[in-house]
Design a protein around this ligand. Sequence first.
Ligand code: 6PG
Length: 474
Amino acid sequence: MSGIADVGVIGLGTMGSMLSLNFAEKGSDVSLYNRTHEKAEKLRSDNSDLSARLHPQNSLEAFVASLRTPRVIVLMVNAGKPVDDQLEALAPLLDKGDIVIDAGNTDFNDTVVRNNRWDKTGIHFVGMGVSGGEQGARHGPSIMVGGDQKVWTRLKPLLEPISAKYDNSPCVAWLGPDGAGHFVKTIHNGIEYADMQMIAEIYSVMRDGLGLSANEMAAIFKDWNTRGLSSYLIEVSATVLAEPDPETGKPLVDVIVDEAGQKGTGRWSVIEAQKLGIGATTLEAAVSARSISSLRQERQASGNIYADIIVGESDFNNNAEGIEELEAALETAKIIAYAQGYAIMTAASKEYEWDLPLGEIARIWRAGCIIRSIFLQDITKVYEAGASVTNLLHAPSFSERVSSDQRSLRNVVAKAAKAGIPVPALSASLAYFDDYRRARGSANLIQGQRDFFGAHTFRRLDVEGTHHHQWPTI
Ligand code: 6PG
């Protein structure tokens, strides 16, 4: 028997609820199922304007029966076991051709396993990355779809209307088979971490190196948001910095504890980079910085142990030129961080034979997602130009910018080091850049060391083949 709803959503936490309302607003009839039925009823009663399209169901059986066949079911439950539990519960109720979408922040490795298992049953499983937080889910997220390409044809008319739009172009695309969608979402989050960390480092320089107030910094970020760095995260930063604390009247940011949380996806991005043999040093630095931030008491104890250390005078300049240098440094480091994120995706695309559409990924990240920015339009253009780019740092539009602004990044990192202000992600970007552009590196010594203690052999510049040397004993 075929039901009346176009799509069903299981899991009515914030993201599931917002996505359901978004579907309903764009004209889909949505069946709702949640472990606690009241939540589904409440979602409908709280949204009377959309209630005709919201259909709470009080059992999984009723939920499945309420869906038009072949069914489309969106899971918005916590990643991991809850996804498997829900799939197990659904399996006996579904028919061949039905589609189950995991729209949570799932480890793509799990998605690959689930795809393999479900493909055999004739029920389609789709791993789908959704970015944009609560507001994105409600009014237009960026959506990264994986799974079988044939299924995408069915999903497209349902997902395009709910996605964010950039110049009328829907920010949703099928990116590749099995885990491709969740993988790209993971890299999105790694880049998100890098962006956030680098902004926080510039904030740190402005606070500790220039002695600027939160409101002064808010004004600077607001200004930066009108040009090259224009992005959601810069806007968020400006807004957060300008917000007063209702309790004390101080800037709210000044009373927030300096320990950053993390749910894991940023960490996954660097784990996957390492597995693929890609150095994503800025992303790694950003993840590590969050971990170090959480050791607040240890940091305070270390501060006492090293209290006598005198750092140099701050060379940062609190004038227009000094602020411009910070802006150019952040923009340059951002290009380098994205080059790393793209390098991970390039390697994954090859390793997993996904043929990831790198330009398409930049295109659907231009609106809706947390890292949305005008910069993503620049990346989109690089790929639209049809060039096959080994690394974004090779694209002329970026190499020109990096060449002219690298000095600012270098100055900021050097001044920060002198003043004892940690800028791990900015430094990592600079080091990556200097390493990546160096024709003659230093790994020849490492190869010598490896051959010395482990006879691991080395290659010579002048003679083909692998060589082993009889090193003197020590
Ligand atoms: C998004 C975000 C989102 C993520 C939060 C929290 O694209 O909408 O990436 O999926 O869960 O930003 O992430 P952390 O808790 O790891 O900071």
